[in-house]
Design a protein around this ligand. Structure first.
Ligand SMILES: NC(=O)c1ccc[n+]([C@@H]2O[C@H](COP(=O)([O-])OP(=O)(O)OC[C@H]3O[C@@H](n4cnc5c(N)ncnc54)[C@H](OP(=O)(O)O)[C@@H]3O)[C@@H](O)[C@H]2O)c1
Length: 345
């Protein structure tokens, strides 16, 4: 059994890690941290865990990486950044769910997050943990930057197109929608029930922090700089994420040909489901699962492709993907503990 610890266990992604890992046959939860709830059991914080996990929460310190096989950091960005080098000195694999190590260029981190990176030398070593693109590097990595939720939905939707020459890479627009859990458990005015309920709110137009992460990965696959217009929206729902992406076609294509191409691109992938022609991705069918559903529709009147990509922001967009990375790093079957279908209805 591999000993696993979670820093930030009292947050939403921390809870999802616990919920999925309690049924994982190869790991044992050892340390869970919280500053606010230290001394309480995790079941006191999340009654859904009553009778399942009775570990006590303790504050975060360097000892967490000692005698630990895998350490998940489910902390706000900047919180883990300076601590990571100390953790990496131990014989411990580290998976960071925050944005701190996702951007390869430290200047981009400063520009978009308004903070100077404390450990730019680690940006060369860290692997961006999107298994569908970086599986081989993940296998031998000690340190993973787990992708953001919006980038996961957008990159997976576009990757198969980037080297085909079929599309105009200067024309990408993603209209993306997220459930409120994407903002974490910490209370804020914008995520209060009365602010969010019965409304759809655009935010971060043209300057959302996930934009450079998407552009970094799309450019790497395309082999040339790719930019996109990214328009996120907050939806009156708890979880789930849908990206509807528009891209101009350079040639006439059919839904059938595109579906065939995508299925071929993702033929070895367990968590990508390319839908039949005429079907569109919906958050309803991926909730609480590690699947990413992708639907393709040619708008032939306008020579444009419309892609729909749905994930659960907390699972394929965070904790499920983190466990997928852990499985790959440990040499386990990548699907272990992750093959549950969506909760429906
Ligand atoms: N939510 C999503 O859909 C999602 C998706 C992808 C990636 N992420 C990323 O994953 C990370 C965690 O997100 P989340 O949604 O789980 O956030 P969250 O619900 O707000 O939880 C944050 C956790 O970090 C702990 N924490 C906060 N400040 C700390 C500090 N100074 N020292 C030690 N622990 C501290 C909190 O513990 P206490 O408050 O109990 O002390 C809590 O356990 C973030 O970086 C987020 O951007 C989130």
């Amino acid at each position: 059994m591999v000993k696993v610890s979670i820093a930030g266990a009292s947050g939403y992604t921390g809870l999802e890690l616990i919920r999925l890992l309690v049924n994982h046959p190869d790991v044992e939860l050892t340390v869970l941290t919280s500053e606010t709830f230290q001394g309480q059991t995790i079941a006191e914080v999340f009654p859904s865990l009553n009778g399942v996990v009775d570990l006590k929460l303790r504050p975060l310190d360097e000892n967490i990486a000692n005698d630990c096989g895998v350490l998940f950091l489910a902390l706000p960005h900047t919180t883990a950044m300076s601590k990571v080098p100390a953790y990496l000195k131990y014989d411990c694999k580290v998976i960071d769910l925050s944005a701190d190590y996702r951007l390869k260029d430290p200047k981009a981190y400063t520009d978009w997050y308004s903070v100077t990176h404390t450990n730019p030398e680690l940006l060369e070593q860290v692997v961006y943990g999107l298994p569908e693109l970086h599986r081989e590097a993940i296998q031998s990595a000690q340190f993973i930057a787990n992708p953001g939720c919006y980038p996961t939905s957008v990159i997976l939707a576009l990757a198969p197109l980037l080297q085909t020459g079929w599309v105009d890479l200067d024309s990408i627009i993603s209209d993306s929608k997220s459930g409120v859990s994407g903002a974490g458990r910490k209370p804020s005015l914008n995520t209060q029930y009365s602010e969010v309920n019965e409304g759809v709110n655009p935010y971060g137009l043209a300057d959302h922090r996930h934009t450079p992460e998407m552009e970094q990965e799309l450019s790497a696959v395309a082999g040339k700089p790719v930019r996109l217009t990214f328009s996120p929206h907050l939806m009156p729902m708890t979880r789930g994420m849908l990206s509807t992406i528009y891209i101009n076609l350079n040639q006439t294509l059919t839904d059938e040909k595109l579906v065939e191409h995508y299925r071929n691109f993702y033929k070895d992938e367990s968590f990508i489901r390319v839908l039949n022609p005429g079907k569109f991705a919906s958050t309803r069918y991926v909730l609480s699962s590690n699947f990413c559903d992708i639907g393709l529709k040619v708008d032939s009147r306008n020579q444009r492709l419309i892609i729909t990509s749905a994930i659960d922001n907390l699972i394929k967009g965070a904790s499920g993907q983190a466990i997928q990375n852990m499985n790959i790093m440990l040499g386990l079957d990548e699907k272990t503990g992750l093959m549950a279908p969506a909760i429906f209805p």
